[in-house]
Design a protein around this ligand. Structure first.
Ligand code: AMP
Ligand code: ZN
Length: 504
C-alpha cells in the first residue's frame, strides 16, 4: 500500500478521538519511518494471567491493524525485572547480602517467569516486539535520566538518601488521569511502586540501598552521579527504556487501564521534565478483564493463567479470539461459556477455510474469456468486505464490525458454495481474503486448516459418487473425484471389497 490511510483512535489524554498517526509523527512524512510504539510489559515476579494477556493481545492487535493498513511499526515492550514485587519474591526474608549476589539471585528468580512469558505469547500468537529491554540491563539510562532531572530542579533528595520527583513543580501533573492536585498533601512522599490516586504524592525516582535488596552503583554509569547505591523506581524504568529505544517523543504508548495512574502519569512527568518536549503523542488504554465483575488480578486471587486453561483442555487460540472479540476499551467478563463460544467460532472459521481449500481443488476453472471474478457475484462481495474490514479497523479498532465482515464472508460464501457454480478463481480469492483478515486476527487459520480432521461423511459421499461414475464408465468424473479427495489429503485404495480410505 503506497498511501496508508489514517485511523480515528481514542486518546486517553485529550479524552477524544484523534487522527492517528498524528500530523507531527515522522511516519506521516517519511514512508520508511516506523510508528514508535511503547507498551508496558510484564512484571516478572509470577506467571502472567489472562487479564495481562488481554492487554498484550490488544497491543498486538494495534500493531497488526496498523500494518494491515500499510504502516510500519516499531514496538518496544519492557520487562520489569526489578521492582518491589520481584525483589520480595527473590529474597523474601530480606537477609543482608552482597549486592552482586542479590542481583544474581534476582536474575535467577525472574528467569523462569521471563521464559514462561515468551512461551505464552508464542502460544497466543502475539507477535514479538522489536525489542524487549530489561530494566536490570538499562540501569545506565536510568541514572542519566535522574541526573537530568536533578540538573533541571525536578528531583530532590530525601533524608534516607532516596531521590523523589516534586509533582507540584510539573504543571501537567494529573492531566492524564484527571487528578485534582488541590487534594494532594504537600510534601508527602511515597516509596512504593504502586499506590492509588487518593495517595498521590511525590514519587520515588531512585531508592537508596536497603539491606537484602539488590542494588547498583550509579557512579559506574556516571562518575559524577550524586545518587547513592540503590535501585530505580518502577516508573523511572519505563521513561528510561522508552527513551533509550524510541527517542524522546513517542507516537504511541499504551497499557491496561490501571497503568494510567500512577504509572503513566509519572512517566509523563519524568520524561517531559527531563527532555522539555512532548513525551507521547497518543495514549491508548485497554479495559479490564473481569471475573464476576471484579478486575482479574493476582491480589484478588480470581485469576487464570493460560496454562490453567490449557490444563482444562482449552485452546490458546480460542483464548486469543475470546480476548480480542470485545472492543478494547470495554470491560470483558471472563466466563467459560464465553470461551466455549470463542471455540465454536474458531472451529467455524477453520472449517470454512478447509471447505474453500477442498472446493478450490475441484472447482471448474473459468474459460479463458471469463477468467477473473464475477461468476457468482463473489468478486464485488469480497471487495466490499475488505473495505468494511479496513473501515472497521480505522474506526477506533471496531472489532465487532471487523468480525461481522469476517462472518459475512463465511455465511455468504457457504451459501454460494452450497448452490454450486462458484469458480476456482472466486474460491481462491475468498481464501486469500480470509487469510488477509487473519493477518489482523492472528488465529493461525492458514496453519491449522490443512491439518484439521476430515469429516468421514464428506469422504463417503465422494467415494459413492466415484463408484457411480465408474459404473457409468464416466472415468473423467471418477478421476476428478479421486483428485478432490487427494487434495484434501485422503488416500483411496481400491480393494476387492470396495474402496478403502485413510488420511495422509
Ligand atoms: P503488570 O505485570 O501488573 O504490570 O501488568 C501488565 C499489564 O497487564 C499492564 O498493562 C496492566 O495494565 C495489564 N493488566 C493487568 N490486569 C489486567 C486485567 N484484569 N485486564 C486487563 N489488563 C490488565
Ligand atoms: Zn511501564
Amino acid at each position: 500500500m503506497s498511501n496508508p490511510e489514517t485511523l480515528s483512535l481514542y486518546d486517553t489524554l485529550t479524552r477524544s478521538y484523534k487522527e492517528f498517526p498524528p500530523q507531527d509523527s515522522p511516519a506521516r512524512t517519511n514512508p520508511d519511518e516506523p510508528i514508535s510504539y511503547y507498551t508496558c510489559g510484564p512484571t516478572v515476579y509470577d506467571s502472567a494471567h489472562i487479564g495481562n494477556f488481554r492487554a498484550y493481545i490488544f497491543e498486538d492487535q494495534v500493531v497488526r491493524a496498523l500494518e494491515y493498513l500499510g504502516w510500519k511499526v516499531k514496538q518496544v515492550m519492557n520487562i520489569t525485572d526489578v521492582d518491589d514485587k520481584t525483589i520480595k519474591g527473590a529474597n523474601p526474608t530480606g537477609a543482608d547480602n552482597e549486592p552482586r549476589i542479590l542481583r544474581e539471585r534476582l536474575d535467577a528468580y525472574t528467569a523462569p517467569y521471563i521464559e514462561a512469558f515468551f512461551a505464552d505469547i508464542d502460544k497466543l500468537n502475539i507477535r514479538r516486539a522489536a525489542v524487549y529491554p530489561r530494566a536490570t540491563r538499562t540501569i545506565g539510562a536510568m541514572v542519566l535520566l535522574v541526573g537530568r532531572l536533578i540538573e533541571k530542579g525536578f528531583a530532590y533528595r530525601g533524608e534516607d538518601g532516596s531521590w523523589y520527583f516534586p509533582i507540584r513543580q510539573f504543571p501537567g501533573y494529573g492531566w492524564l488521569s484527571g487528578l485534582d492536585l488541590e487534594q494532594v498533601s504537600v510534601g508527602a512522599r511515597v516509596d512504593s511502586d504502586e499506590y492509588d490516586k487518593l495517595d498521590a504524592r511525590d514519587f520515588v525516582l531512585w531508592k537508596t540501598r536497603r539491606p537484602g535488596e539488590p542494588s547498583w552503583d550509579p557512579t559506574e554509569y556516571d562518575a559524577a552521579s550524586p545518587l547513592p547505591p540503590g535501585r530505580p523506581g518502577w516508573h523511572l524504568e519505563c521513561s528510561a527504556m522508552s527513551g533509550r529505544h524510541l527517542g524522546e517523543t513517542l507516537d504511541m504508548h499504551s497499557g491496561g487501564h490501571d497503568n494510567i495512574f500512577p504509572h503513566h502519569e509519572n512517566e509523563i512527568a519524568q520524561s517531559e521534565a527531563a527532555n522539555g518536549t512532548t513525551f507521547v503523542r497518543h495514549w491508548l488504554h485497554c479495559g479490564y478483564l473481569l471475573v464476576e465483575n471484579q478486575k482479574m488480578s493476582k491480589s484478588l486471587g480470581n485469576f487464570f493463567t493460560l496454562q490453567n486453561l490449557l490444563d482444562r483442555g482449552h485452546e490458546a487460540l480460542a483464548v486469543r479470539l475470546l480476548l480480542l472479540s470485545t472492543h478494547y476499551r470495554k470491560p470483558l467478563n471472563f466466563t467459560f461459556d464465553g470461551l466455549r463460544g470463542a471455540e465454536a467460532n474458531l472451529k467455524r472459521l477453520r472449517e470454512f477455510l478447509r471447505r474453500l481449500e477442498r472446493e478450490e481443488a475441484s472447482a471448474p476453472v473459468a474459460p479463458d474469456e471469463e477468467l477473473g471474478l464475477g461468476g457468482t457475484g463473489a468478486g464485488p462481495l469480497l471487495s466490499k468486505l475488505k473495505d468494511d474490514f479496513a473501515a472497521a479497523l480505522r474506526d477506533d479498532l471496531n472489532i465487532s464490525k471487523a468480525l461481522a465482515a469476517v462472518f459475512e464472508l463465511v455465511g455468504t460464501l457457504n451459501r454460494l458454495l452450497d448452490g454450486g457454480g462458484v469458480r476456482r478463481e472466486e474460491i481462491a480469492a475468498a481464501r486469500k481474503t480470509l487469510l488477509g483478515f487473519d493477518e489482523v486476527l492472528g488465529l493461525r487459520l492458514g496453519e491449522n486448516a490443512g491439518k484439521a480432521t476430515i469429516e468421514p461423511a464428506w469422504v463417503e459421499e465422494r467415494l459413492a459418487a466415484r463408484q457411480q461414475a465408474r459404473r457409468e464408465r464416466d472415468f473423467a468424473r471418477a478421476d476428478a473425484l479421486r483428485d478432490e479427495l487427494a487434495a484434501a489429503g485422503v488416500v483411496v485404495e481400491d480393494t476387492p471389497e470396495g474402496p478403502r480410505w485413510h488420511v495422509e
